[in-house]
Write a protein that binds this ligand. Structure first.
Ligand code: GDP
Ligand code: MG
Length: 462
């Protein structure tokens, strides 16, 4: 009896005061009511679409809901029309509808449309295309759907050969320690107060985002809280996420390799991961169809030359080397000649970064650059500085020292997998203003990844 009155009560209440999307949802779920479900979506401006899609599993309810969504809500209507056609197994019609819904400005509608497109493409064996869509919607995945999307992504990566089952380290694993250090989850579901700001500030500093940048971020968050009248920590975290993405996307960039031939000069102190990075990069460029040559211009130690030889073999590319103690610039000269003679695309130069003798290093780099630009005008097109994320704030000092020696076109940040100091990425962007081009998250060839700020920030908060 009581249940009956209650239910009746809810419907009555909504008649009088319809702008209560959560209650419409409740009613829809209880009574399998398409009109209520449509109201839940419309009154929430599409924000309850995640919950609505879950409820609308049966064909009949999907059809009922579809009838009640007004035509003016073009994308939401298309989403449900797509669900209906998919249910009827009319996949190409469904896909057309989802494509329309995919244009929605509402992230949740866009996500579900994209997810369904990816599923249909997979069904049709178009795995590459499906993976492309998955990557497009990754950054807008609602929390509740993250696992599902990652599962689909993994499957597609395995199908397209981008991942050998259970072998590659995922990006998620690579950033595990930093994510744990930041541990943003403890800030969820709280009120915004002074204590929250202080804890958050401390957390940012601990993750090596840098004192200056952390203070700046917190300051901006305080202002935004007032301006946007933020109430909960969850809203605040969303704003922080936005800020980090904006900050980082100003300092991300792709490797320039359009010129043929082009030369990439790789700098950095001993042990940061130069040779390893060069090996990984050589393999990746080769897989893209480029012909690659390596120059072993770190002639300081015989072991360094041997190590590059091992990588050349692994990546199946040629190497030019001198003997231990040879003049690095003369090795580079030989390599450039060889590159030109064979008409190869890209030369990557490994160097010895003995920063303790700055004058000597400066002269050495200057000489190498001169040899290159004399033989191939306009080159080197990239001067990459490799930094080890484990060294935290020290990496910033190293970068500053190298900037005084030569111009740097991009940064490779290695060993993010072994450190909780991944926040250094943010410090690099905000303090050095040099684009981060790659990050290293392990020792294997596949563990060098182009730096993607969206993906990076999402991982930190996941
Ligand atoms: N875990 C991890 N180790 C790395 C990464 N990059 C390089 N290393 C390791 O760091 C060590 C030094 O690398 P190496 O390339 O010889 O540094 P170089 O002296 O700058 O040439 C090696 O043991 C590499 O395997 C990375 O992204 N993650
Ligand atoms: Mg080396």
């Amino acid at each position: 009896m009581l249940g009956f009155f209650k239910r009746k009560g809810l419907r009555e209440e909504l008649k009088e005061n319809p702008n209560q999307p959560e209650k419409w949802l409740k009613l829809a779920e209880k009574e399998n009511d398409g009109e209520a479900l449509s109201n839940a979506i419309i009154y929430s401006n599409g924000n309850l679409v995640t919950e609505a899609v879950k409820i609308a599993k049966e064909k009949k309810l999907i059809e009922e809901t579809l009838k009640h969504i007004p035509d003016s809500e073009k994308e939401i209507k298309a989403l449900f029309a797509g669900l209906k056609e998919k249910e009827n197994n009319k996949l190409s019609r469904a896909r057309n509808f989802f494509e329309t819904a995919f244009q929605s400005g509402n992230k949740k509608v866009k996500f579900f449309a994209g997810y369904n497109i990816a599923e249909i493409l997979k069904e049709e064996g178009l795995n590459e295309e499906a993976l492309k869509i998955v990557k497009q919607i990754e950054a807008i995945t609602p929390d509740s759907e993250k696992k599902t999307l990652q599962k689909l992504k993994k499957e597609l990566e395995e199908k397209t050969g981008k991942r050998k089952a259970g072998f590659f380290k995922t990006f998620k694993e690579g950033l595990k320690k930093t994510r744990e250090a930041l541990n943003f989850s403890v800030f969820k579901g709280r009120e915004i107060d002074e204590e929250l700001f202080e804890e958050l500030e401390e957390r940012l500093i601990l993750a090596d985002i840098g004192v200056k940048t952390s203070l700046q971020l917190i300051d901006e968050l305080r202002k935004e809280t007032k301006k946007r009248k933020l109430k909960t920590s969850d809203e605040l975290l969303e704003v922080l996420k936005e800020k980090l993405k904006n900050l980082l996307s100003n300092y991300a960039g792709e490797l320039r390799t359009e010129n043929s031939p082009s030369v990439i000069l790789v700098l950095g102190v001993n042990g940061v991961g130069k040779t390893t990075t060069i090996g990984k990069l050589a393999k990746q460029l080769k897989d893209k169809g480029k012909s690659v040559l390596l120059a072993a211009a770190d002639t300081f130690r015989a072991a360094a030359i041997e190590q590059l030889e091992v990588w050349a073999e692994r990546a199946d590319v040629r190497i030019v080397k001198g003997s231990e103690g040879a003049d690095p610039a003369s090795v580079v000269f030989d390599a450039v000649q060889s590159l030109k003679a064979r008409g190869e695309d890209i030369l990557i130069v490994d160097t010895a970064g003995r920063l303790h003798n700055k004058d000597r290093l400066m002269k050495e780099i200057k000489k190498i650059k001169k040899v290159i630009s004399r033989e191939i005008p306009g080159e080197p097109s990239e001067i990459l500085l490799v930094l080890d994320a484990n060294t935290g704030q020290n990496a910033i000092s190293q970068a500053k020292a190298f900037k005084e020696i030569t111009d740097v076109t991009g940064i490779v940040l290695t060993k993010l997998d072994g450190t909780a100091k991944g926040g250094i990425v943010v410090a690099i962007a905000s303090e050095l203003k040099i684009p981060i081009k790659y990050i290293g998250i392990g020792e294997k060839i596949e563990d060098l990844r182009p730096f993607n700020p969206e993906e990076f920030v999402e991982e930190l908060f996941s």
